[in-house]
Write a protein that binds this ligand. Structure first.
Ligand code: TXA
Ligand code: MG
Length: 353
């Protein structure tokens, strides 16, 4: 298949964006696949109510069919056309965080096909804030089912060129809207039980949600490495974000981390291996490796979040044999960063002190 490619500047007037999105919107309405930018990561979209279209998403990504898709909407009212018995908590969260990087799980209405929900009676819904995403949903006249636009298992795309790497020739069109601002996928909150549960950490954090709902917890399966605690979001159990080379996270005081990574790197390089290192602004100058990636300043979690997936993909391009990363423990967006990094590392962590 020839994949069409259009570029839209998200800074344009919304009306102009709506004009330029027309060919992509037509493809969605006709049952095809379009990759498009959102504020979190690029999505791979199809008409959520068209089973054949949804099936094509699974095929293009190589995604297991039991892993449900998020349905994207362009106004809060659409939540009631998709969800059944939508709880008050959902309205509170929608008013506070939509449009934005929050996905809510509610019970599904009968019109939502099981192909889209991976066989579940619940459905994930998100109203993205990115103007290109909103224009695509509005102009297509569809609810758009969209997972991240990567091949299953690879880091999520935060630039159109990442989407091209994974999807060229497999989908009808890629819409380039520049870099995704947040860079990590949306926070997922399950509202189908008596207590709200965060199934995937993201830019909207537990304290932000607790401010509104008083009760909310984080699914223990998210951080746990052991397979006994199965995460509740089906997608969280799969190997994810993994670069081709083995990645190890090194945790401890700054000096101990630098020393440990350098020692391991020296050994590997002596044996002819190419070593990649993920470091921060203050430490990057202290490392010995072949490819050193500065992911940002430790005081600026948002930049680290925005860079993470691009850095992981970069190592694939540069064919490194081993990767070491510093650790990014923190209570806020740091939790989402660590969640993705630990998954990419298959939970391999070395304590440096
Ligand atoms: O930021 C995002 O959420 C991006 C952009 C494109 O919107 N989308 C995204 O989709 O990350 P995806 O498919 O890569 O991740 C969706 C996650 C998966 O882990 C899936 O298992 C979970 O959401 N999920 C979807 N529906 C669910 C449901 N009904 N119950 C529990 N988990 C669900
Ligand atoms: Mg994904």
């Amino acid at each position: 298949m020839d994949t069409g490619f259009i570029k839209i500047d998200p800074g344009l007037d919304y009306e102009k964006i709506c004009e330029q999105i027309e060919p992509a919107a037509r493809i969605i309405a006709e049952g095809g696949l379009v990759a498009f930018p959102t504020e979190t990561v690029y999505g791979l979209g199809a008409n959520a109510l068209n089973e054949d279209a949804a099936k094509k998403i699974y095929a293009a990504k190589g995604r297991p069919s039991d892993n449900p898709l998020i349905i994207h909407i362009a106004d809060i009212d659409s939540l009631y056309e998709i969800g059944k018995d939508v709880p008050d908590a959902a309205i509170k969260l929608a008013k506070a965080f939509w449009p934005g990087p929050l996905t809510m799980i509610v019970n599904k209405k009968d019109n939502i096909p099981y192909t889209t929900t991976g066989g579940l009676d619940t459905v994930a819904v998100r109203f993205p804030s990115h103007p290109v995403a909103r224009a695509l949903i509005q102009k297509s006249g569809c609810f758009i089912a969209a997972p991240s636009a990567n091949t299953s298992g690879r880091p999520s795309p935060t630039l159109a060129k990442h989407v091209t790497e994974d999807m060229n020739g497999k989908i009808e069109m890629i819409v380039d809207g520049g870099e995704c601002n947040i860079g990590l996928e949306s926070t997922i909150v399950d509202l189908t039980d008596s207590k709200p549960v965060i199934l995937r950490p993201g830019y909207i954090t537990l304290p932000m949600i607790k401010n509104l709902l008083s009760e909310c917890e984080v699914d223990p399966g998210i951080i746990a490495a052991d397979s006994l605690k199965k995460p509740k979001a089906p997608g969280m159990k799969y190997k994810h974000y993994a670069p081709k080379a083995e990645l190890t996270v090194v945790d401890g005081s700054e000096d101990a981390v630098v020393e440990t990574i350098n020692r391991l790197s020296d050994e590997l390089r002596k044996n002819g291996k190419k070593v990649g290192i993920i470091a921060t602004e203050s430490t990057i100058g202290r490392y010995r490796g072949d490819i050193l990636e500065n992911i940002g300043s430790r005081d600026d979690e948002e930049t680290i979040a925005r860079n993470l997936f691009a850095v992981l993909r970069d190592f694939d391009e540069k064919n490194v044999d081993r990767i070491f990363s510093e650790s990014f423990e923190s209570p806020n967006v740091g939790q989402a960063i660590m969640n993705r990094l630990l998954k990419a590392a298959g939970h391999k962590v070395i304590k440096a002190d």
